[in-house]
Design a protein around this ligand. Structure first.
Ligand code: ZN
Length: 150
């Protein structure tokens, strides 16, 4: 077997980037993929190509200023991996899950703030209430009304 890719032989700087290697094309100094898809991370490009197609990625990167390309590639890699793992929701699944967690944490915070206010003998609690966000105030108001009505 030529090349013996499993031999641990270190590749030189002249070897094609992961994208050009996968696409079986010549990689030169002008290659738009090379800075972001190095040859030692071949898996990084595979899902990006599968989801976006290399020609579209090429066009997207060409349109961006060089200083934004790294972030764009990171975003594409994340989204492509999520899309491959979850073909229905992709990264929306993670966003939705985090949004749900955030909503739960906000509700817990509002409850804790309300309990703190109700348990506190501190006369400054109206000021603390004012600093709460709208959702917290609504929950606090409901809880205070419940306590008052008992
Ligand atoms: Zn290349």
């Amino acid at each position: 077997m030529k090349g013996s890719s499993g031999s641990g032989k270190k590749q030189t700087g002249s070897s094609p980037c992961a994208a050009c290697k996968l696409l079986r094309r010549r990689c030169d100094k002008q290659c738009v993929f090379a800075p972001y898809f190095p040859d030692h991370h071949p898996h990084k490009f595979i899902n990006v190509h599968k989801v976006y197609d290399a020609s579209n990625v090429n066009k997207m990167l060409q349109k961006l200023p060089v200083h934004q390309r790294g972030d764009a590639v990171s975003s594409m890699v994340y989204e492509a991996n999520a899309q491959v793992q979850d073909p229905v929701y992709g990264c929306v699944s993670a966003i939705s899950s985090l949004q749900h967690q955030l909503d739960g944490l906000r509700a817990q915070l509002a409850l804790a703030q309300t309990e703190w206010i109700l348990d506190s003998d501190d006369v400054t609690y109206p000021a603390a209430t004012i600093h709460m966000k709208a959702g917290s105030i609504a929950i606090s108001t409901v809880l205070i009304m419940d306590v008052v009505s008992q």
